[in-house]
Ligand binder design. Structure first.
Ligand code: PEP
Length: 253
């Protein structure tokens, strides 16, 4: 369960959130198979990581730049993020692809950089409304996956893939759970084709307007292992409620 805070929350607000998160999780532990991750801005990674470590909650960077150290003004590498306490990195979010012009090639480079730095990549893939209208959804998913899978020299054992249809992000219109499940199955198959045997272990999330109201329906689908949640994760109690909903279904499997 990943909370993507995007460009929200000051450092003080981020630490207040995780203080409350720790209190809620200590009061009632999360179901055993639930892994919870928060993705604050770069600024808050270190203070957030220092606080959540004790309750076993992970921290993700929302992006990263390739390389380790160097003369790259404004860049933040996986190495620096790992040192600050991050253990995951969201890569290829559609907002990065669309507003920061990150190409498939750049996404592949960042996935490799995340793995080199010891970070688990959370690779986002998904089609636009226009792709969907034109019946290009599967082709887009294959292209975005192949760019990364083909670029890595060997299977990445901890890879996480988030299916995030762009038309569902921040719109209040979530994908139909059965449709999300079909796309998750397609992603799993593609990973397995690239790296035989790896399809089973890759964790596949759904992202796009997940809320407290629809979380249980999303998680009831057999191919969906969790969720990447934007706006609905900004309220700590809601994020915990959605994580618990996910845990119930994980235990049922
Ligand atoms: C996201 O940012 O990845 C996302 C899924 O946002 P939201 O939950 O707000 O649609």
């Amino acid at each position: 369960m990943v909370a993507n805070w995007k460009m929200h929350k000051t450092v003080a607000q981020s630490t207040a959130y995780v203080r409350e998160l720790c209190r809620l999780v200590e009061q009632e532990p999360l179901p055993e198979r639930v892994e919870m991750v928060v993705a604050p801005t770069y600024l808050a990674i270190a203070p957030v990581a220092a606080r959540v470590r004790v309750v076993g909650v992970g921290v993700a960077a929302q992006s990263l730049d390739p390389g380790r150290e160097g003369a790259l003004t404004g860049a933040v590498s996986g190495y620096l993020l790992f040192a600050a306490g991050a253990r995951y990195a969201i890569v290829g979010h559609s907002e990065r692809r669309q507003q920061f012009q990150e190409t498939d090639l750049m996404v592949a480079e960042r996935v490799g950089a995340a793995l080199d730095a010891g970070l688990t990549p959370i690779l986002c893939v998904g089609e636009s409304a226009l792709n969907r209208e034109r019946g290009e959804t599967e082709a887009v998913l294959h292209r975005e996956l192949d760019a990364v899978l083909g670029d890595l020299p060997r299977p990445a054992p901890h890879l996480v893939v988030a299916y995030e249809p762009i038309w569902a992000i921040g719109t209040g219109v979530a994908a139909d759970p059965a449709e999300a499940n079909r796309m998750a199955a397609l992603i799993r198959r593609r990973v397995d084709e690239a790296w035989p045997g790896a399809g089973e272990s890759v964790r596949i999330l759904y992202g796009g307007s997940v809320t407290v109201a629809n979380a249980a329906a999303v998680f009831s689908e057999s191919e969906v292992d969790g969720a990447l949640i934007g706006s609905a994760s900004l309220q700590v109690q809601d994020f915990v409620t959605m994580a618990r909903a996910g845990g119930i279904h994980q235990e049922e499997r």
